[in-house]
Design a binder for this molecule. Structure first.
Ligand SMILES: NC(=O)c1ccc[n+]([C@@H]2O[C@H](COP(=O)([O-])OP(=O)(O)OC[C@H]3O[C@@H](n4cnc5c(N)ncnc54)[C@H](OP(=O)(O)O)[C@@H]3O)[C@@H](O)[C@H]2O)c1
Length: 324
């Protein structure tokens, strides 16, 4: 097998395409031939040693992938060789093969492509947990999605529309805003051209959005929070822009508003039953055509460094998927 090996987490340049012995699955594990692996922002942070989870070295990055079961370990009864599966294993996906706990692999229903499946779990689970569980978003409410053309952003637009909310999508270019309209946003703000606060005032009749979904951080966050509606919920999802914003405490007081943390991975660990029910609902929505990953492009896995460069330069719209 081959894999992108990270021996020093000093950045993408240090990754090396390496031949490794193909592992044999231990009891409870499966060996999977990877067909597709998607790029998530935490993959980039992990190889730069900037992510909260620091895998022991060396490691193979690639949190999320889909493929075909090649061999099963002792005691694995619910999966068989030849079956299509998807998995969010945290690491191991940027390779031709991976060994994973069978219990973590989701058998794919007929018609669920490897590319869609590899781009599904992290973004939709994060955005569902954020909007439906943490923010208790209701039909008729208005939600502002920042970085709306990105991975979690596009998922957030589709989930908010499925719930019956009005979506204002905000992003940094006209092309990104056009994509957001195409996938269901009711209104858009290009924050490279428009003043976010004035645009929000005009779009909400001065009331402000009820829920703000923020995977970007940086300078946008305080401006967005200052526009939030009375009893608003501000979802802290991530800091793709780099700086972690700080907020004066008088602002939530003045708006009777809440700052709500979102950590889907920890939720899945601490509340596995609630997470499983959520994943079932998401698979059902996918089957009904209510949600579908927006695939920016597919690239051969051998081009991983170029794929990371696209993500770092903010040029990915939706999801970039690497294929074998
Ligand atoms: N809390 C959780 O449970 C959870 C789960 C998954 C991901 N996340 C976090 O959510 C964030 C987004 O993840 P993602 O996979 O959706 O990433 P993504 O597809 O790259 O989207 C991030 C968006 O952030 C914006 N951005 C602003 N400054 C940027 C910069 N300097 N570099 C890159 N992007 C920048 C870009 O939109 P514009 O160009 O339109 O501004 C981009 O589309 C990450 O911080 C990630 O760690 C959190």
């Amino acid at each position: 097998m081959h894999a992108w090996l990270c021996s020093e987490p000093t950045g993408v340049e240090a990754l090396a395409w390496t031949e490794l012995p193909t592992p044999t699955p231990k009891p409870g594990e499966v060996l999977v031939e990877i067909r597709a692996a998607s790029l998530n922002f935490p993959d980039l942070l992990m190889v730069q040693n900037k992510y909260q989870i620091k895998p022991p070295l060396p490691f193979v990055p690639g949190a999320e992938w889909a493929g075909v079961v090649h061999a099963v370990g002792e005691g694995v009864n619910h999966l068989r060789a030849g079956q299509n599966v998807a998995c969010l294993s945290g690491t191991g996906g940027f390779a031709t093969h991976v060994v994973a706990p069978a219990a973590h692999c989701m058998p794919l229903p007929e018609g669920f492509s490897h590319v869609d499946a590899a781009a599904f779990i992290m973004t939709y689970a994060t955005s569902h947990h954020a909007l439906v569980d943490r923010a208790q978003l209701r039909a008729g409410e208005t939600v502002l999605v920042l970085g709306a053309a990105g991975g979690v952003g596009t998922a957030a637009i589709q989930i908010a529309k499925t719930v019956g909310a009005k979506v204002i999508a905000a992003a940094s270019s006209k092309d990104k805003c056009d994509l957001c309209v195409k996938i269901g946003a009711d209104a858009v703000i290009d924050y490279s051209q428009e003043n976010l606060r004035e645009a929000l005032k005009a779009l909400t009749g001065g009331k402000g959005p009820d829920v703000i979904y923020d995977p970007v951080g940086g300078e946008l966050s305080e401006a967005a929070f200052r526009s939030i509606a009375w009893r608003g919920r501000y979802l802290v999802v991530g800091f793709a822009a780099g700086p972690i914003p700080a907020l004066p405490f008088n602002l939530p007081l003045l708006k009777g508003a809440s700052i709500v943390g979102v950590f889907w991975g920890e939720f899945a660990k601490r509340e596995p039953k609630a997470n499983a029910a959520m994943m079932e609902e998401l698979a059902h929505w996918y089957g009904q055509g209510k949600i579908k990953p927006v695939i920016d492009r597919t690239m051969p896995l051998s081009q991983l460094p170029a794929a990371f460069a696209h993500m770092a330069s903010r040029s990915v719209m939706g999801k970039l998927v690497l294929v074998n």
